[in-house]
Design a protein around this ligand. Structure first.
Ligand SMILES: Cc1cc2nc3c(=O)[nH]c(=O)nc-3n(C[C@H](O)[C@H](O)[C@H](O)COP(=O)(O)OP(=O)(O)OC[C@H]3O[C@@H](n4cnc5c(N)ncnc54)[C@H](O)[C@@H]3O)c2cc1C
Length: 501
């Protein structure tokens, strides 16, 4: 990065301020500014993360105790999926973040799943094979005491408005200039590159590099540079959400729940000061009023005066995430519905990969092409994992779920994964062959397929198997994880300690 290189970030939502922090830290010599409209709000949802947010704060040297207290945040060890696949016989299963402790149990899980795929009766509930599920059940914080030798992975729940404010303070401390102005128009060079942003006070802001963080409006990439948008609507049907808060829970869970409803699913995200709820649905199958009523009914809030917010979602991605002298980050670059809370993860990945590639030389067409391909693949592979949740459902209570099951718009990558599972081939090898581990790896796919009960009918019970080894029993995983659990403290207790620091 040359000295005095100037970067102008358009948009001050979570994506804009995360980008500002990461770039300001990576390029202390660059002149970084962020323009954000005081009149156009942020989307104000997006309150769950993956473990990448932990890496983000570690990179910025910000301890949990500081930012979690400021953003009313809680820990997240897993997502629990409720009522997605009644045919599995289980009302719920967990998709945990994988920890070092799970190196003892992962192989046992895969082995048991394989035996069950052969029609043998083995323990295959994901909840029993991963330590984070134990933490979730006990409501304990995933923070290891000093003497505990294994690293635990976790994400967070947080208030997105407070997180934006927190990151703004950090970005300003890192030297970012803040322009609270609205962009009224954009000028371009003769070759189409962005020249300047014209603001509502007449100010003209120019830069070497522009970053579009203007949310779904995608002011620079779509509206100015006319970069085409590739919709995922044919295989992800949800395009709207209704959001409602309730009071904070007395005992704060360390998991997000995702409960299947008649035309989509509802999240529950526990924060320190309130509980976030939202119903993500398809407007082709229900409407806003019905969705709100269904969510209110589920929450026991039919007669409550609590206001609901309704949102539209544009699901898909830009054909190019970096085009000419503009990079798109956040909702402006694309969005995959929030089932696995991957949006901020993709923000971070997009910015980090860009920083890694951009800092050494002037941008070449090849660099741009490689970057776009990398990011596009990440979007597609995350999409595939989420599509599988719908494709494999075994609900028959609405046209919505039947249509999802009948969906044939599946990528080759997803078809190959499902084919591998059904044919009883080695799924771990298939994930490696497709190089999917940086998106959703072997354990995530096993949790999903096993949690949904995607198995053939049993051909033999445990009694008939006699001496066939069962790694779950042999390793005494339940006793092992239960003993490990004694080292961890309840989340409530730890958050109280944080508030006192
Ligand atoms: C229903 C739903 C649930 C979600 N759940 C999750 C989740 O659990 N986890 C997760 O990681 N993500 C989630 N997301 C995504 C998450 O909300 C976003 O990725 C995140 O908030 C970042 O948004 P953003 O900064 O790109 O856009 P926004 O928050 O919309 O910010 C846009 C910014 O651009 C500015 N702007 C726009 N136009 C102009 C202009 N003309 N001039 C100046 N400034 C302008 C605005 O002022 C604002 O500051 C969810 C999204 C939805 C819709």
């Amino acid at each position: 990065m040359q000295q005095n290189h100037s970067i102008l970030i358009a948009g001050g939502g979570t994506a804009g301020w995360m980008t500002a922090c990461l770039m300001a830290q990576a390029w202390p010599d660059a002149q970084i500014s962020l323009i954000e409209s005081p009149d156009i709000g942020i989307i104000g949802v997006g309150e769950g993360s993956t473990p990448s947010l932990k890496a983000f704060f570690q990179q910025l040297n910000i301890p949990d105790s500081e930012w979690m207290s400021a953003c009313n945040a809680t820990y997240k060890t897993n997502i629990r999926f409720i009522n997605w696949s009644p045919a599995s016989g289980n009302s719920s299963y967990s998709h945990p973040f994988i920890s070092q402790l799970d190196t003892f149990s992962e192989k046992a899980f895969y082995s048991n799943c394989f035996s069950r795929r052969m029609g043998l009766d083995f323990e295959t509930s994901p909840n029993k094979f991963f330590f984070n599920s134990y933490l979730a059940k006990a409501g304990k914080a995933p923070i290891t005491p000093a003497h505990f030798p294994f690293r635990i992975e976790y994400g967070y729940h947080f208030d997105s408005a407070l997180l934006g404010q927190f990151l703004r303070t950090k970005a300003l401390q890192l030297g970012v200039t803040h322009w609270p102005l609205t962009i009224e128009s954009v000028t371009q060079e003769p070759d189409g590159r962005i020249k300047a942003l014209i603001c509502n006070d007449g100010r003209v802001l120019s830069a070497d590099l522009f970053v579009d963080c203007t949310g779904f409006s995608s002011l620079l990439m779509q509206k100015t540079l006319a970069v085409p948008f590739q919709s995922f609507a044919s295989n992800l049907f949800n395009d709207a959400a209704v959001v409602l808060p309730t009071a904070a829970l007395a005992h704060l869970p360390v998991e997000t729940t995702a409960t299947a409803l008649s035309n989509g699913w509802a999240w529950q995200i526990p924060l320190q000061h309130r509980t976030g709820h939202g119903y993500v649905y398809s407007s082709a199958f229900t409407n806003a009023d019905k969705a709100e009523l269904e969510l209110r009914t589920q929450l026991g809030l039919v007669d409550s005066a609590v206001q609901a917010r309704h949102l539209k979602m544009k699901v898909g991605q830009l054909q190019q995430h970096w085009y000419k002298n503009c990079l798109a980050v956040g909702l402006s670059q694309g969005f995959i519905e929030p089932l696995e809370a991957t949006a901020l993860h993709l923000v971070q990945t997009s910015v980090q990969i860009f920083i890694d590639q951009y800092q050494f030389s002037q941008a070449t067409a090849l660099q741009q092409q490689q970057y776009n391909q990398q990011i596009s693949e990440r979007f597609e592979r995350v999409r595939d994992y989420i599509v599988a949740h719908y494709k494999l459902n075994s609900r028959d209570d609405s046209d919505y779920w039947c249509a999802n099951r009948a969906n044939t718009e599946l990528s080759d990558s997803l078809l190959q994964i499902l084919d591998c599972w059904y044919r009883r081939h080695d799924l771990d090898q298939e994930i490696k062959r497709q190089q999917l581990s940086s998106h959703f790896g072997t354990s995530s796919w096993h949790c999903l397929l096993s949690g949904y009960g995607i198995y053939p009918a049993l051909v033999a019970t445990q009694d008939q198997l006699e001496k066939r080894p069962d790694p779950y029993q042999d390793l005494q995983l339940d006793a092992f994880f239960s003993a490990c659990l004694l080292n961890f403290m309840p989340q409530q207790q730890l958050l109280t300690i944080y508030q006192g620091t």
